[in-house]
Design a protein around this ligand. Structure first.
Ligand SMILES: *Cc1c(COP(=O)(O)O)cnc(C)c1O
Length: 365
């Protein structure tokens, strides 16, 4: 088997990990109850509090990718028949509605067309007394940002669940200032670690509402708290993925040394450089300027690709000839857009310029 090429990862995730991650991945494996590992775990939870901007004691890296954070949020909060308002303006809002439905919620969908932001007022007025209001902060399928702060400000007694999978590290996520109740993310997008963990934070209010004996044993946050929280006796629940936690710890160290605000600003600058460059190539951006993400850019596939290439041919050529990965469209946008991520350690001007140069060559522009 040939060695895996060193790709520039500019799709919707994973992104290229920070250099601090490589060192962590090469460290010896130690036990999940070894005090040396528990120290790393405790530090990782502290780092996550910094990045989430929260003091929530129950803040941890969940074993599993971003979707496990989504499952954990609903399986631990929803009781059968609970009215749950879900904002749906892309693939991940759609997935939230599906997951909430599977755990027995009475799902109230509030939709916006793919490519448009959700209307916060519509979310707030969708039900007289929702148990939960849930929305995606950064819709990776469309490149559109939703206005979480406005929904948070008006949510009343409802618990607020926020998908911050593509936003954490790349734009402002202010869990305590919002008063959000469960916010989850993933390791492999703007945090710059490999896929495998879902950082999650749970407010004290949400904690008081946790379902007793949720239908998922593995994602039972109360049981997991018994291991993660130092004062809880470190009861064995499942074997913590020690190497992945070490990798996330390294990535978060890089992020926090740079500064959470500085990292955000770097993502913003790189996104702007990328988007201006794409427009200079004569390409059309899909997301409206007012709600456009910096870390994930959607580009309309032009109708006049050279040499009768398909949009997939363009992506394949970028990958095989330039070692650059970009993403295709997902769901109803399949074949219609490209998705270009600029997240984590990938978000540097040299990478943006490399992609713009390669794309210009492939498109003959
Ligand atoms: C990537 C993504 C997910 C799912 O994360 P996985 O790590 O693929 O499980 C959920 N929500 C959003 C907004 C995402 O971008």
């Amino acid at each position: 088997m040939s060695p895996i090429a060193d790709r520039l990862l500019m799709g919707p995730g994973p992104s290229n990990p920070y250099p601090e991650v490589a060192a962590a991945l090469a460290a010896p494996v130690i036990g999940h109850l070894d005090p040396a590992f528990l120290g790393i775990l405790d530090q990782t939870c502290d780092q996550l509090r910094t990045v989430f901007a929260t003091n929530n004691p129950l803040t941890l890296p969940l074993s599993g990718t971003g979707s496990s954070g989504m499952e954990a949020a609903f399986v631990n909060l929803v009781r059968p028949g609970d009215p749950v308002v879900v904002g749906v303006n892309g693939l991940f809002g759609e997935r939230m509605a599906e997951v909430a439905d599977r755990v027995g919620a009475q799902v109230v969908r509030v939709e916006a067309p793919w490519g448009q932001p959700l209307d916060p007022q519509q979310l707030l007025e969708a039900h007289p007394s929702p148990a939960i209001i849930a929305l995606v902060h950064a819709e990776t399928s469309t490149g559109v940002a939703n206005d979480v702060a406005s929904v948070a400000a008006g949510r009343g007694d409802a618990l607020l669940v926020v998908d911050a999978v593509t936003s954490l590290g790349g734009m402002e996520v202010a869990v305590d200032a919002w008063g959000a109740d469960i916010v989850y993310s993933c390791s492999q997008k703007c945090l710059g670690a490999p896929p495998g963990l879902a950082p999650i934070t749970v407010s004290e209010r949400a904690r008081a509402h946790l379902v007793q004996r949720p239908s998922s044993w593995y994602l039972d946050l109360s049981l997991i708290a018994g291991y993660v929280e130092a004062g809880a006796g470190r009861a064995y629940h499942h074997t913590a993925p020690v190497t992945m936690v070490g990798a996330l710890h390294g990535a978060l160290r890089a992020l926090i040394e740079e500064g959470v605000a500085a990292s955000r600003e770097r993502h913003r600058r790189c996104g702007k450089l990328l988007q201006d460059g794409l427009v200079d190539l004569g390409l059309e951006l899909f997301a409206p300027e007012t709600h456009r993400l910096a870390q994930l850019t959607t580009v309309v596939v032009p109708g006049d690709l050279p040499h009768a290439m398909s949009e997939a041919d363009v992506r394949r050529q970028l990958l095989t000839e330039y070692d650059i990965e970009i993403g295709g469209g997902a769901g109803q946008l399949a074949g219609r857009v490209w998705r270009i991520g600029c997240m984590g350690h990938t978000a540097r001007p040299a990478n943006v310029l490399a992609l713009l140069g390669a794309l210009g060559e492939v498109l003959g522009r």
